[in-house]
Design a protein around this ligand. Sequence first.
Ligand code: SF4
Length: 391
Amino acid sequence: MKDPSQVALLGLDHTELTLLVKGLGEPGYRAKQLGDAVYRQRLELLDEISTLPQPFRFKLAEKDIRIGLPKIENRFVSQDGTVRYLIGFADGQSVETVWMPEGDGGEAGDGSEAGDGSEAGTEELLAEQNGRGYRQGQNPGRSTICISSQVGCAVDCQFCLTALLGVKRNLTAGEIVGQVCAVLKDQNVSPPEDRINLVFMGMGEPFLNYDNFIKAARLLVEEVGIAERRMTVSTAGIVPRIHDFGKEKIRPKLAISLNAPNDELRARIMPLNKKWNLEMLISAAREYPLRTREWVTFEYVLLGGVNDAPENAKEVADLLRGLRCKVNLIALNPGPGIDFTTPEAERVAAFQNVLRDAGTATFVRRPRGRDIYAACGQLKRTVEIATSPAL
Ligand code: SF4
């Protein structure tokens, strides 16, 4: 089986595309034509690239070079419009990628900071005027795509179904970007005209596939046209990489999957805490160089009777005191193989109140399909989805 990264155009940046075309004896401007075809038109076949002369398309095919857009193998549609895609790659592996119409970047919880909708409404109107065929009820100005960074995951969070898969392999930068391209194409939307949010919160730990994740983020900004302020990456707490990430020129917003207020409890549900404990993690968050109007988001999956007591909330408030941050609370949806239960709504509200009273901006996720993004790896078990053969 071929290594997709060796032959796919998807995943190459402008410099690499320029080297490729020049190496084939073509003028440098062909790199821009290839970039447009791959990242902005999101074509599937070399033959569809009408801007290229046919002999050059033949030359690419002869060299076994292809576009490399991944295939949508299946799609599941939830009642609230959330679409879960199974996206397959050249070697037969697949990941889940999710489209949330009227999503909010995976950060708002109670709607209070999801935007006023006026801009999005204008975009929708403009899109209609431009003849784009959005599906009924969708508001592309606020849509969010949740993407995976690995096939499976090695981090072993005890409340996560993806953890049960183990890690099969890292995704290449092209496969990460390819998920976005495949979904944009399927949904008939196109940034930057349509303001799409991205969350790296699907399968896998992005900071354990750091170089490919960073390259993908750069390609998404520079080639696909999605602003970095519209992207959020969630890490379980790979502390050295949080420090590295703060130095990147192009970087999405940072979210940290916290899930426990002290080391004892966190090590129980997130074994990686034994390697990078809360002191190291919170120090990294405090040192993280935030940009203007940026904050760190802490995700906290509430597990009934485990980490959801008001005293736990008090501990979280103490832990985060003085940090420019907000907290997203997510009540667990239990799944097979997961030994935890969902807390009652009153308990979630009480937890939120303690944090809010302590001055920490805290939101509870609405019970919609997007709950699947509460923390990385949640997607496989939390959304109630009806299988549908077509949108
Ligand atoms: S929650 Fe995220 S980091 Fe933890 S095992 Fe699941 S996918 Fe991996």
